[in-house]
Structure formats: structure tokens, C-alpha cells
Write a protein that binds this ligand. Sequence first.
Ligand SMILES: [Zn+2]
Length: 213
Amino acid sequence: MNAVVLLGPPGAGKGTVAEVLVDKGYRHVSTGELLREQIRLGTKLGLEAKTLMDQGQFVPDDVVVGMIRDLIESVDSGSMFLFDGFPRTLVQAEKLDELISDLCGTLKNVFLLECPDDVIVSRLSGRRTCSKCGAVYHTAFNPPSDDDGCDQDGCELVQRADDSEATIRKRLLVYAEQTAPLIDYYTNKGLVDTVDATQSIETVRNAVLEYIA
Ligand SMILES: [Zn+2]
């Protein structure tokens, strides 16, 4: 197996990069989705995770890594994985290395999407959501044709609490704190490929394609 890891702040366009890699045959692994699936299936691991999440606690590294191990071991050894939202901690990164080496796999690249906080704030804080149908607009990049309402139904456009500047800045701070040790860890291994996420989607796509070529 081989794997790539995707690191980047919320709003940097991780979805765009993930799309490129999925087109190239990578299997997109989101730990959030895996956990929800375990919970849905009612597995022992899922029940454990649900109890913790219901109490507002983080799911421990062991549980997350166990889930990733099960997934990797259950598929063909030639598979390619894209990890998104994992590893989140240094312990998880070390466990991932162990796991990959147990399976004689390779961690090929760690894509680091870089985008200044101010750019992310302006991208995310301009988002407006229709209060009725949930359609998403952007005051600068994708404004509704009628200033006052949704193009579909004319209903009021609102800013979600998640998209307020204060909330975004807080999330960016948490991201920076969590990710800094991971960036160091992978930089020391010579694995980090930096992508300038302020560029156009097309340029970002091409940069990623060049890195994995
Ligand atoms: Zn609408």
C-alpha cells in the first residue's frame, strides 16, 4: 500500500486536492466518516467512540489508529490511501508510521496547504447560506443575482455561526497549535510538499498532480 496525508486549515481547499487524488485512484479516508460508520454499524469500537463523543470528549489515539488499521488490513495490499483529518497528533503520526511499515507500505507525500489566516477569514466570512434551502453563496466570489435573497426561492441569506470571523480565527488557532508538531515531524522526514492554497483551483490541482507524478 502507499499513502499520502493531507494537512491544511479549514477553508484552504482540501476538498479540491482530495478530488484530484481520488481521480488518481486514491481512496479518501476521513476519520470522521469512519467513526460515524462504526457507530452506525454498532461495533464495539463504535459504541466506545459514541460514548466519548456524547460526553464531548475526543476519541483516543488508540481507537482512531485501530480503526485505520482495520480498514487498511481489510483491503487489497496495492491500495492507495489519502488520509484527511488524520493524523491529528504526533502520537497518531508515529502510529501511522508503524502501521505503514508493518504492512511494508510507503508514506509518499504529506501535502501541506498553506493559506494566510486573513485570506481564509475573507473566504469563509463572506459565506452566506439560504435560510430555507441551504444554498451557499459568497458575498465576493459567488453573490446571489438578487442582492436580497436566494436565487432559488428569494429567502433570506444568513451567515452561519461557524462562519463568523471570531469562530474562524479560533478554529485557525486550534489548527495551528495541533498541526505545528506534525509539520516539524514530517519536514524532518523530508516528506512535506507545500502547496500555495491562495492560487486558483486550477493551479492548485496542477501543483498536486506534479507532486504525485
Ligand atoms: Zn434558497
